[in-house]
Write a protein that binds this ligand. Structure first.
Ligand code: NAD
Ligand code: UDP
Ligand code: UDP
Length: 346
């Protein structure tokens, strides 16, 4: 009897250890830079919910602590104020590099700093990934295509970027970051992923970031004029943030052979005029549309070709239509105290 009881105990113990190992091995230490921002805070939330140990690093240039307030008392979330242009010493398994001002008004506020963030920030994080043997993900952008002559844009298109214009600090910074990622991969064997994000919107966008969705919703809710730049015939393709974050995770957790770059965005293409009319309809606003000058180097059209993402990311494609995503975003704008959102400072 003692033998069988002993055997039974050993089997049970073996199962507990096996289960424990399986459990421990799925929990990762994940660094999210720019983790307090619009997209970063959603990514942190998703990773915390999955049980990972998440370290959020941010210098709060364009974001508020309130974006991650609800995560602060979680045992598996940690917040560090740090600027990624400076070296960072941590022990992690994965890194999502999202730190960079993303709206034209934000990245043109201090263009030199924007470029430093993409270039020096990427070098520091790639150095960290190399030392820790961590997998590292770069949030690149559709801006690497500039004002594209090819439509929609596949990843093989090399872009038409003005290297000396007011958008160059962002576009060229992100292009240089892609180069650095590819070279750390080829030269040092760092395990990388590159995603090219197309215009994304949703709750926690900075209400004063000057981007078209936040401007139009804020203006419509306040009964102010809706400012369409130029004729409003230029197009953008708008992706709801949850669809985007799902694409991020599939890319990060996909096979190491597929490093990207891969387009992640919603192929639904709208003119800026159509967007203005939809926001007016959904808010029931009495606001009028007025036209303002088109900014320099403003791309005329933009639409992702997502064939590569569909093929490599398990059939990934956006599921939230613009009308529905905008309605959710409008509800969030109604729920916040816009006065709490300060303009960015360097
Ligand atoms: P965001 O401004 O809300 O987030 C960026 C975050 O990075 C902010 O919290 C900011 O404080 C932080 N940050 C900036 N510089 C930093 C530095 N030097 N050190 C540490 N933190 C710093 O913008 P977002 O829309 O959430 O964008 C996140 C990332 O996705 C960015 O890299 C952006 O270029 C990229 N992206 C976003 C979009 C979009 O439509 N939202 C499109 C293309 C690419
Ligand atoms: N780095 C960092 N954290 C680390 C390892 C490196 O911030 O844990 C920075 C470091 O300051 C260095 C950069 O990453 O300047 C690039 O590192 P790499 O090893 O590629 O180059 P090197 O140290 O030879 O300059
Ligand atoms: N835009 C606009 N009114 C605004 C803000 C932006 O008409 O109040 C236009 C802008 O000129 C551009 C498009 O909307 O053609 C998207 O601008 P956004 O700054 O959101 O993103 P990006 O140009 O980086 O795609």
């Amino acid at each position: 009897v003692a033998f069988f009881v002993g055997l039974g105990l050993m089997i049970a113990l073996g199962q507990v250890v096996a289960l424990g190992t399986a459990f421990v091995s799925t929990i990762k230490r994940i660094l999210v830079t720019g983790g307090a921002g619009f997209l970063g805070s959603h990514l942190c939330e998703r990773l915390v919910d999955e049980g990972h140990d998440v370290i959020c690093v941010d210098n709060f240039f364009t974001s508020q602590k309130s974006n991650v307030d609800h995560l602060l008392d979680k045992h598996n979330f940690e917040l560090i104020r740090h600027d990624i242009t400076h070296p960072l010493w941590l022990e992690v398994d994965e890194i999502y590099n999202l730190a960079c001002p993303a709206a034209p008004g934000h990245y043109q506020y201090n263009p030199i700093k924007t470029m430093k963030t993409s270039v020096m920030g990427s070098i520091n994080l790639l150095g960290l990934a190399k030392r820790c043997r961590a997998k590292i993900f770069q949030a690149s952008t559709s801006e690497v295509y500039g004002d594209p002559e090819v439509h929609p844009q596949p990843e093989s298109y090399r872009g038409a970027v003005n290297p000396i214009g007011p958008r160059a600090c962002y576009d060229e910074g992100k292009r240089a970051a892609e180069t650095l990622f590819m070279d750390y991969w080829r030269q040092n064997g760092v395990n990388i992923r590159i995603v090219r994000i197309f215009n994304t919107y949703g709750p926690r966008m900075h209400p004063y970031d000057g981007r078209v969705v936040s401007n139009f919703i804020r203006q419509a809710l306040n009964g102010e004029d809706i400012t369409v730049f130029g004729e409003g015939t230029q197009t953008r393709s708008f992706c709801y943030r949850d669809d985007l974050v799902e694409g991020f995770l599939r890319m990060m957790n996909g096979p190491d052979e597929f490093v990207g770059p891969v387009n992640i965005g919603n192929p639904g293409e709208f003119t800026i005029m159509e967007l203005a009319e939809l926001v007016i309809e959904l808010t029931g606003s009495g606001s009028k549309i007025v036209h303002k000058p088109l900014p320099a180097d403003d791309p005329m059209q933009r639409q992702p070709d997502i064939s590569l993402a569909k093929k490599h990311l398990g059939g990934w494609e956006p599921t939230v239509p613009l009308r529905e995503g905008l309605a959710r975003t409008i509800e969030w704008f109604k729920s916040i105290d816009i006065g709490e959102y300060r303009a960015p400072t360097p």
